[in-house]
Design a protein around this ligand. Structure first.
Ligand code: BMA
Length: 741
């Protein structure tokens, strides 16, 4: 998928001649071969090796049956892509013809007409090389050689003084900590292992002369009733030293360019601003600004900058309870409702625009206002963030580090710094970006999971590993955030507080895994409500129909090899079986086992979300684990791999509504609590029908009136309830319904 700014430019600039700058996607044909084989096959770029092997019928679909087990050989091989690039005399008149690689996965060496022009070592980075000196008129040969991440790192791993923990990597040779490649592709507890290689994001050809716009974005400095102060930041790379003209919308600015990178900021005022609001709180209004760079009066480069006017602050500070953790949007405390997001495929290049659109609509329809892009995956495609901007979904963005400790060498730190810069620069224009977070669960793991004993670290090793952690997540990464995106908050890790002791629930963010990993009953969601719940969940199976597409019916049983290989959690199916039997009885067959697993997950989600919402403002957010799936297997997701909702999705949608009524039955006392996340007051009418165990029938109509963001007990009775049915009306319309029957 393409960056929308780039698409705009391509269409705008291709129609004009002269020496205006241009950006076009490199769209020549590619071929691919396994190094050592003479056979070349056609290749789809962007893409990865596994997908080309599939397209050329060299392998079956990796997701079918037990193909995961048969296709592990691919990760050990080296692969080479080849393309012929036709360049015209006219193109060669440009001073710069740069190749911009927006995603090379991972260890790549790029040769142009036999000359090495790039050595890449990080899937998350983008790389820019001036190809102009190596180009000739006519055909030019471009070769990209990918070395297997296993081969590349084997020696380093073996010679390393100690073993680094590597999340969920189950192979003997564990290279993921050393490889700046998506951790989940090495295996995770909800997905397969496929370590692919390839040109996974587009390559662009950027031709320019004299000067080009490199970055531009608008940030909100402050918002007052009548006006907002915003700031345009723009960077221009220049070959020339001269006063030139920049058109910002209809304003003309004279800028003095010097050779190299020129950074400019322009404060601007917007009166009567239309603010960007998260889903449920108003419109996520987007503005647009056109930038034009004129060189000696002639249009040379242009950009169209989308922006939203909003402030988002994380309030993470000592308070009367312990340590708060909540988001203030445009000055208002907003209760966060959302989910953790993982990549939508093990081969992310096969996720197309429609899949992103369907997923973000599903998040919006389920009344979510935030997604956490989890640190074991990828920095998502631009389109993902554009959709979040458009739909009012705030993004908690992890940097891509999860469940590991990392090497100490300078080369590693340097590639990480560049990765962090590239991704902040790419993502900071999006108003949806609400928080940068250093990593997933590394701090809690180091302090609580016993890695020191498990890996036999000496005191010295431990000091070195921890100092390296501090260097990455407490120094280098936050320094880049502070320099490039200072108005967005940074936290070093998620969670900030471990679920081990009751006191910890008074502090900051938490991943509560007592239910599932701690094998605790669902009732424990009640006593384990943190200040901000950043992860919790319960597994279920994808539908029988989805699994039946992958194998023959004889393999559709709990103990088949096929189903066993789909279950990647070390807990296995124990928790699903135990709790689904507790609540829904023994399943008569695999089909009903699946259905019961989904009902059980739905119940877990309902129970957890109700507690989080009832306990506002102690708790100010709930992000369950996990929104979506990477393939078809049992997992904590509420949406299947193909986007189909599980039962839990409907439950989440219901309990994530802005105003809900939560019923609590304790002995003979029944109480009704209205929770409103509205940022204005709420008035409505609650009607309740109750049938008692003694056969009595009662109706109650209650006027309900709440302040903004309030939780209020609105009614309580003493009754032995058999059944209740309630409706909440606002302006005569039913906005919420619930029953226990
Ligand atoms: C969470 C995540 C993932 C994992 C999930 C389920 O803590 O951070 O690492 O997949 O637990 O175990």
């Amino acid at each position: 998928m393409k960056n929308s700014i780039q698409i705009l430019l391509v269409t705008a600039l291709m129609s004009c001649g002269g020496n205006r700058n241009s950006i076009t996607e490199f769209d020549e044909k590619w071929n691919l071969h396994q190094v050592g084989s003479v056979e070349w096959m056609s290749s789809d770029v962007p893409g990865v090796v596994h997908m080309d092997l599939l397209k050329n019928r060299k392998i079956e679909d990796p997701y079918l049956g037990n193909n995961e087990l048969n296709l592990q050989w691919i990760e050990k091989e080296n692969w080479e892509y080849r393309s012929s690039w036709r360049v015209s005399k006219e193109q060669l008149r440009n001073d710069h013809i740069e190749l911009v690689f927006t995603g090379l996965d991972t260890y790549a060496e790029v040769r142009l007409n036999g000359e090495k022009i790039l050595t890449a070592d990080n899937m998350f980075r983008s790389w820019r090389v001036d190809a102009r000196p190596f180009l000739k008129e006519g055909d030019n040969e471009l070769i990209i050689h990918f070395t297997s991440p296993l081969g590349q790192n084997e020696e380093q791993v073996k010679n390393y003084p100690y073993r680094l923990p590597s999340g969920n990597e189950t192979t003997d040779l564990q290279v993921s900590a050393f490889t700046r490649k998506a951790a989940y592709q090495f295996g995770w507890d909800w997905g397969p292992r496929f370590v692919s290689s390839g040109i996974w994001r587009p390559i662009y050809v950027e031709a320019w002369n004299d000067a080009r716009i490199t970055h531009s974005f608008v940030s909100t400095q402050s918002i007052a009733a009548e006006k907002a102060l915003i700031q345009l930041s723009i960077s221009i790379e220049s070959d020339i030293e001269a006063m030139q003209t920049l058109l910002v919308g209809d304003q003309k600015m004279e800028v003095e360019l010097i050779k190299g990178i020129n950074d400019f900021t322009f404060p601007m005022e917007i009166s009567q601003p239309k603010l960007w609001w998260p889903n449920g709180h108003g419109n996520p209004h987007m503005y647009n600004l056109d930038l034009k760079l004129l060189i000696d009066g002639e249009l040379r480069d242009e950009r169209s900058v989308n922006y939203g006017i909003r402030t988002i602050q994380l309030i993470n500070e000592p308070d009367s309870i312990g340590t708060s953790f909540y988001f203030k949007v445009n000055g208002e405390a907003v209760f966060v409702k959302g989910a953790n997001y993982i990549p939508q495929d093990i081969f992310p290049s096969r996720v197309k625009a429609e899949k992103y659109e369907a997923l973000i609509s599903k998040a919006k329809e389920a009344n979510m206002n935030m997604l956490r892009v989890w640190g074991g995956g990828i920095y998502e495609d631009d389109y993902f963030y554009e959709l979040c901007d458009k739909n009012g979904i705030m993004v908690w963005q992890d940097f891509m580090f999860a469940g590991s400790m990392y090497p100490t060498d300078e080369a590693f730190h340097s590639t990480v710094k560049n990765e962090v810069r590239d991704n902040i620069n790419r993502l900071r224009p999006h108003p949806s970006i609400a928080l940068w977070c250093g990593n997933n669960e590394i701090d809690v793991a180091w302090k609580n999971w016993g890695w020191q004993t498990q890996f036999g670290y000496s005191e010295e090793d431990s000091v070195e590993i921890w100092n390296n952690y501090l260097r990455l997540f407490h120094e280098e990464i936050p320094e880049e955030v502070e320099r490039l995106n200072p108005l967005v908050n940074y936290v070093t890790t998620s969670p900030l507080s471990n679920w081990g002791t009751p006191e910890n629930f008074n502090h900051s963010s938490m991943h509560y895994w007592g239910v599932w990993h701690g094998r605790e009953p669902f009732e424990n969601f009640k006593d384990n409500v943190p200040r901000f719940m950043a992860e919790y969940g319960f597994q279920s199976f994808p539908s029988y129909e989805s699994l039946a597409k992958l194998t023959d019916t004889s393999s559709l049983s709990l103990d088949s090899e096929f189903i066993s290989n789909r279950q990647k959690s070390y807990i296995g199916n124990d928790m699903i079986t135990r709790f689904s039997e507790k609540y829904f009885g023994k399943a008569k067959d695999f089909k009903s086992y699946i259905e019961n697993s989904q009902k059980t997950q739905a119940l877990a989600m309902k129970m957890a979300i109700q507690e989080h919402r009832l306990n506002k403002p102690h708790c100010m957010g709930t992000l369950f684990w996990q929104l979506n799936d990477v393939w078809q297997g049992p997992s904590w997701s509420v949406l299947e791999y193909d986007g189909k909702p599980k039962l839990a999705y409907e439950e989440v949608k219901k309990w994530y509504q802005d105003v809900v009524v939560i019923t609590r039955i304790q002995g003979d006392t029944v109480s009704f609590h209205v929770v409103s996340d509205c940022l204005t007051g709420f008035t409505g009418e609650l009607s309740i029908n109750i049938s008692g165990t003694d056969g009595s029938l009662r109706n109650h109509n209650i006027d309900v009136s709440l302040e903004k963001n309030e939780v209020k007990k609105v009614f309580e009775i003493i009754s032995r309830i058999k059944k209740y049915r309630l409706q909440l009306n606002e302006d005569g319309e039913v906005i919420f319904e619930d029953t226990n029957g």
